[in-house]
Design a protein around this ligand. Structure first.
Ligand code: SAM
Ligand code: SF4
Length: 334
């Protein structure tokens, strides 16, 4: 674990991926992620600055991190994002920078992102229907998201659509979303809804788990075949004969993939999470602001990874009083 270029946790899992949430602000209000109003945004001075983030990404890349996903809130709302991405693109040991976006402000930036060498984007899209889009996101912006999808394909980005599957909200969209993959080289990934909506109120039982989603799809497309999943994939992936794209299912609530989890998370506040379900291990930004040097930061990262929960269930148990979970996914990054 202490070698220069490979980072392992106490369960022997390789850690080479960071999800960095650059803001907790958003221009949508997806009900499974954020309340409609009364949101406690992180005060600006408490947000990590881009300089701090770049510094941390350099340190983490020296420790073995090879891949970063920029997320949020909505990353394109944060001023200065493009210059930050440009700085990140110069970190030699980082092999991949990817972005997750809701697609509202994204399209005009695509040519510049391409020039920086950013090649893939995850676009969140839960429905193809205007009314349902409004009910889910509380905004009327479906056209902008669809335009971003077209532009992503035009510029040749490797494009994944993230769809949260919600009982009574977008089940009728599952098949039309898969149908998009017939002519378009996109991967649609259906995600189990997780309890991070910022309200602390949750369903008693997850209605649409990964098994139910798969069997629903199989009824419509009996000839689907299982694909070999890439290393560290959180999705189980499937192909449909004759389709240019494919689809996957992410058991985000059932947590079937913890055994190969290779990721860390940094929240906009600077909290390090070694599991999506933990409540934050320590605040990296606070350490930086009281003058911690690189060695001290590295020791803190190693120590967090040396005590990492075995899986999301264990991490959730360790939350103690913060149960049911009151966090919003916009302050974690997904
Ligand atoms: N705003 C950007 C977006 O929506 O793509 C990036 C941040 S968003 C928090 C990242 C991902 O988390 C999105 O794909 C979103 O659908 C997913 N997400 C948010 N809340 C979720 C929840 N309660 N359960 C499952 N996925 C969720
Ligand atoms: Fe905003 Fe993304 Fe959360 Fe929707 S899922 S409210 S777009 S951060």
């Amino acid at each position: 674990m202490y070698c220069d270029m490979a980072l392992y946790d106490n369960h022997g899992r390789l850690i080479n991926y960071v999800r960095l949430a650059v803001t907790d602000r958003c221009n949508l209000r997806c009900f499974y992620c954020m309340p409609e109003e009364g949101i406690d945004y992180v005060p600006r001075q408490e947000l990590m600055t881009f300089e701090e983030m770049e510094h941390l990404m350099r340190i983490l890349s020296e420790m073995g991190i090879e891949k970063i996903r920029i997320t949020g809130g909505e990353p394109f709302l944060r001023k200065g994002l493009m210059s930050f991405l440009y700085q990140l693109s110069k970190i030699e040991r980082l092999q991949q920078i990817n972005i997750t976006s809701n697609g509202i402000l994204t399209a005009p930036y695509l040519p510049e992102l391409k020039k920086m060498g950013i090649q893939s984007m995850n676009l969140s899209l839960d429905t193809l229907d205007k009314d349902r889009f409004y009910k889910i996101t509380r905004r009327n912006d479906l056209d902008k998201v669809l335009e971003t999808l077209e532009q992503l394909l035009k510029y040749g980005f490797k494009t994944k659509i993230n769809t949260v599957v919600m009982n009574g909200k977008n089940i009728e969209d599952i098949i039309p979303l898969i149908e998009l993959t017939k002519e378009k080289p996109i991967s649609v990934r259906f995600i189990e809804e997780m309890p991070f909506n910022g309200s602390g109120q949750h369903y008693q039982k997850l209605e649409w788990n990964y098994k139910k989603i798969l069997s629903y799809i199989q009824k419509h497309f009996p000839a689907i075949t299982k694909k070999e999943d890439p290393l560290f994939s959180t999705s189980a992936n499937y192909a449909i004969k004759g389709h240019k794209g494919d689809f996957g299912i992410i058991a985000a609530y059932s947590r079937t993939f913890c055994g190969t989890c290779n990721r860390l998370r940094l929240t906009p506040l600077g909290l390090l999470k070694t599991c999506l379900y933990d409540k934050g291990i320590f605040n990296v930004k606070n350490m930086l602001r009281v003058g911690a040097n690189n060695e001290q930061l590295k020791i803190a990262f190693y120590s967090a990874l040396g005590n990492r929960a075995k899986n999301g269930f264990e991490a959730e148990k360790q939350r103690g009083l913060d149960f049911p979970i009151s966090e919003s996914m916009s302050s974690i990054g997904g």
